[in-house]
Design a protein around this ligand. Structure first.
Ligand code: NAD
Ligand code: UDP
Length: 331
């Protein structure tokens, strides 16, 4: 298939481009590089020894998006392009609603104009809100605590309404749990700008000595050791999940959790990282972070049943690969 990957220079997008190329698909990337560098495109080509086509464009730019659809016979779209920093979305909600919603609608419009009927969308477990774990696709969604989460819930709704009105439009909504890790080559991985918000990049930067110590946000949650529990998933498994979703897409709207089904606490992750890499990660217990929930992990059985997909990498390989990338990474 000829696959348009928006946000393909980013963290999950680049790993998915590798998986698509390795599965024999042709890849066209559209990315404005607002949170990534063009080098990741070169690295994808280096890892796979295959070429892809890259457009530096904004997905909210209707004309630029139209040009891509008229230049290529696109069979399917995987839409990663979006802003994703929760705190920033609270400070600048308009940027988030505009970028994430308009970008999605511009792409759907182009799909309708050019008869492209396969659409895979990056959603997030954040749409479940503070539900009972494990999270199942059939649950009623609860309000999210920030504009970023709302853009995911709204995009899901927009895609669902459009698919319902136009039954040949096939949509796969993928709700990611916590993507971590990197390609085993160490060439592509997660390189956030500034001080990381997420746990794994923070841990790798503490291990490297770039940051002094980890602050563990709360140890009084009703969990195994009081610290927050999440479902960490290796980005390579997540990338494979996109290939499976695209290749198995049938008419209608399909929602899948992409997680391992296993919850890990902050302290369990720190211990696993130290053990996997034989390196110390100093930490202190700090206050809870506003908006955090105690536990979030997936019921991942639907993706297994319908897509034949399950996560294969364990926490140790997530920790090893994340560290391997950070060790080699130069700003
Ligand atoms: P990322 O920031 O590394 O990648 C996103 C890419 O999209 C970047 O390369 C950025 O330059 C590009 N982009 C953003 N806005 C754009 C626009 N208007 N036009 C063109 N390009 C644009 O983020 P990621 O972690 O790879 O996340 C990919 C997707 O998955 C996002 O939609 C994100 O919300 C979603 N998601 C991520 C996580 C996570 O923890 N990483 C969890 C759940 C969902
Ligand atoms: N966390 C932490 N210190 C940090 C970053 C995160 O203790 O510096 C905790 C956070 O409270 C949560 C877990 O690690 O329990 C995962 O947080 P992350 O931001 O990576 O993902 P999300 O909260 O979006 O699931």
């Amino acid at each position: 298939m000829n696959v348009l990957v928006t946000g393909g220079a980013g963290y999950i997008g680049a790993h998915t481009c590798v998986a698509l190329l390795e599965a024999g698909h042709t890849v066209i990337v559209a990315d404005n590089l607002c949170n990534s560098k063009v080098e990741s495109i070169n690295k994808v080509q280096q890892i796979t020894n295959k070429d892809l086509t890259f457009y530096e464009i904004d997905t909210t730019d209707e004309k630029a998006v139209d040009t891509i659809f008229s230049n290529h016979e696109i069979d399917g779209v995987i839409h990663f392009a979006g802003l994703k920093a929760v705190g920033e979305s609270v400070e600048n909600p308009l940027a988030y609603y505009y970028n994430n919603l308009v970008g999605t609608m511009v792409l759907i419009k182009a799909c309708q104009k050019y008869g492209v009927n396969r659409f895979v969308f990056s959603s997030s477990a954040t749409v479940y809100g503070d539900n009972r774990v494990p999270f199942v696709e059939t649950m009623d969604l609860l309000p999210t605590t920030n504009p970023y989460g709302e853009t995911k819930a709204m995009s899901e709704r927009i895609l669902t309404d459009i698919a319902n009105a136009n039954p040949v439009f096939s949509v796969s909504i993928l709700r990611y749990f916590n993507p971590v890790g990197a390609h085993e080559s160490g060439l592509i991985g997660e390189a956030p700008n500034g001080i990381p918000n997420n746990l794994m990049p923070y841990v790798t930067q503490v291990a490297k000595g770039k940051l002094e110590k980890l602050r563990v946000f709360g140890n009084d949650y009703p969990t195994v050791d009081g610290t927050g529990v999440r479902d960490y998933i290796h980005v390579l498994d997540l990338a494979e999940g996109h290939v499976a979703a695209l290749e198995n897409l049938t008419e209608g709207v399909h929602v899948y959790n992409l997680g391992t089904g296993k919850g890990t606490s902050v302290l369990e992750l720190v211990k696993a990282f130290e053990g996997a890499n034989d390196i110390e990660v100093p930490y202190e217990i700090a206050n809870r972070r506003p908006g955090d929930i105690a536990s979030c992990y997936a019921d991942a059985s639907k993706a297994k049943r319908e897509l034949g997909w399950t996560a294969k990498h364990d926490l140790i390989s997530m920790c090893r690969d994340a560290w391997q990338f950070e060790k080699n990474y130069k700003e």
